[in-house]
Design a protein. Sequence first.
Length: 334
Amino acid sequence: MPSDPPAAPQAGEQAALVRGVLAGDRRALAKAITLVESTLPEHRRGAAALLEALLPRSGESLRVGISGAPGVGKSTFIEALGIYLLEQGRRVAVLAVDPSSSLSGGSILGDKTRMERLSTAENAFIRPSPTAGSLGGVAAKTREVISVCEAAGYDVILVETVGVGQSETAVAEMVDVFALLQMPHAGDDLQAIKKGIVELAHLVVINKCDLDPSAAAAARRQWENALGMLHSSSPGWRTPVLEVSAAQATGIDAFWRQVESYRHAMTQSGEWADKRRRQAVDWMWSLIDAGLHERFSEHPEVRSQLARFTEDVAHGRATPSGAAAELLQLAHGK
């Protein structure tokens, strides 16, 4: 028998949870994230109140998104970067998103086991989350989790995407800097470069360059040439291509210098603050879209007729557009 879901926190518990997060208590932080990620209606109300209480302490971190195909070494790179940042006196939170199975709905959530050193460090926090059907390579509540981690005092937030292809673009709408990891032998990938994820990248990293230095150097030149033919997502910034060996922790310092250079350039131009404002508005609209979808799905008339319309569309007795129009009319009480 499945266990009952945890009860929504009462007022006193909620206040204690807020105090714990602001104090940087890891158990309170984990509990707060679980509350924010919950889909239960009573938990959503508590999560909204929690986020409102934490808002004054949010927004001060440097948010870095990291994407790349499976096997490129994202977890190794993030651990090496995290260790480097800890040595610089930073506090680092890693939000690692794992793909959920389309069949079972389950997710491995194995990033903590792949970042053993970082997961035990005092000033680091790793939170794996399943995509649970969300598109764009990130989890549905990644934005909210970023805010909670910021309120807990983590000044660098690393967001690792699933890494399954060109659709990994949602992360670029919630971070300050977006890095794309590639393998040294990337010739085939270059033929597919047009737009999408590549144009959104602020930095391209050729990882595992120690395995074949000559191939890594060739890949870097190919990427530099290809990027020169694309529009940059940030005017005034030319996307650099870096050679890194995360396994040997070489090139990590150069990567971070480029992150800082990008932040300085964007701050000087005013684009940094503008981007944060746009992201906040985009977040609002994404929540509106999700709320409208939820209200539609929970509407009594829609729920009573949805199975019939679905069956009719599946067997060609109704068109998708016609069925959608009638269901929307039901949701609006017409």
